[in-house]
Design a protein around this ligand. Sequence first.
Ligand code: ADP
Ligand code: MG
Length: 275
Amino acid sequence: MMSRLFSRKKMNPASKYEHGNDHLIELRNVVKEYKTGAGVFRALKGVNLNVNSHEFVAIIGKSGSGKSTLINMITGIDRPSSGEVLVGDTAVHTLNEGRTAVWRGRNIGVIFQFFQLLPTLTVLENVMLPMDFCNMYAPRERKDKAMYLLNLVDMAENAHKLPNATSGGQQQRAAIARAMANDPQILVADEPTGNLDSKTANAIFDLFNNLVANGKTILMVTHDNDLASRVTRAVMVADGEIVDEKRNPGPAMTPEPAPAPGHNGHAAPEPVAAS
Ligand code: ADP
Ligand code: MG
């Protein structure tokens, strides 16, 4: 949990985190260029973004504006051409590929539009996979941890099914449980409701809200203006730049929650209703 992000002795004692950053997530002048047949395409044009812990941030903007590129910088799925990406005590842009994968597995839960569950593994096995990959928890504890998370997303009774035997909303809930496998402080979701009907999308959103209220920090790319108006802050991206930011007085603004015992010591959110 937090200790993974806060543990080491700081190089810069004046700031909250190791690399002189005071926000949990800091993007500093991040440029991303892709080489294409037509030349160099600048997908991010010097993005600066600060996100505090316990924020629920929506990233909005037209298709092709750079939203996925932006969040892929934070997860380390892609790396900047120049600029800095600081997450807690980690300078993500300096990690090599192998170290990035382990760091991400332990510190960031990633959720995609099309769920990306492994089709030949059961729902339960999918949730246990990141624990195995990062060697988190004693092997004999992993199943119980995974069942705890599936219960949290109201998927316990589907634990032994293959993903394809469940609905889209159920698969996304399983994917959220998988993202939480190693109890990361941060969740990053790229259009997580883009493939779901509005009722199911609302249930997923309620689950995210619950997780934020219980201490997680979430960045969510969305096309849904209604959802974007219900988070702490909406950041608008256009042509590779952040062009607007709107703070909402919405329900996600919860002060530091009183810790209740839960998975790995974090507070335990209420399960969401099935859909
Ligand atoms: P969004 O998620 O907002 O729809 P993306 O971040 O996926 O947008 O893409 C931003 C721009 O960068 C688009 O014009 C896209 O075509 C371009 N782009 C994304 N990935 C690559 C790539 N690997 N090679 C070349 N261009 C890319
Ligand atoms: Mg995208």
